[in-house]
Design a protein around this ligand. Structure first.
Ligand code: THU
Length: 139
């Protein structure tokens, strides 16, 4: 699947707009994400922090969990916007890997500039996936 420049910019702009809704009183590091499913639906996410710091949830996982909770599990592309084009944390990479290693990942900075286009497979080589469990007769 190839995305046009316009599609990429539209996804970046949407994630960046969502980013304004990040709840980040502690880190002051707002993150916005938008996930596009194979059915063409869009799910945004923002990081939501908590006074009990470990209860914070990342923007990527909010978007993915929103999609899965609406019955969507096949993803085409996830776009993540941060102030400085930061890369998804390890936990979010693992959650992305659960739903497919070929999902495209677009990273952009707060000015809306595309910093990197990659895939889940590239971000998490040798990922532990559901396949590893099904070969053990656990399914
Ligand atoms: N954060 C995300 O939302 N996604 C990531 O992949 C990296 C980190 C959030 C968590 C926390 O609210 C803030 O960024 C600083 O770590």
């Amino acid at each position: 699947m190839t995305l046009t420049q316009q599609e990429k910019q539209a996804l970046i702009d949407l994630a960046n707009t969502a980013r304004q809704r990040a709840y980040v009183p502690y880190s002051k590091y707002p993150v916005g994400a938008v996930l596009r499913t194979k059915t063409g639906r869009l799910y945004t996410g923002v990081n939501v922090e908590n006074a009990a710091y470990p209860q914070t949830m990342c923007a990527e996982r909010v978007a993915i969990f929103k999609a899965v909770s609406e019955g969507e599990k096949e993803f085409e592309v996830i776009t993540v916007v941060t102030d400085n084009g930061g890369s998804p944390c390890g936990g979010c990479r693992q959650v992305m890997a659960e739903f497919g290693l070929d999902t495209i990942v677009i990273l952009a900075d707060g000015t809306g500039k595309l910093i990197k286009e990659t895939t889940v497979k590239e971000l998490l080589p040798d990922a532990f996936t559901p396949d590893h469990l099904s070969t053990q007769g656990n399914e």
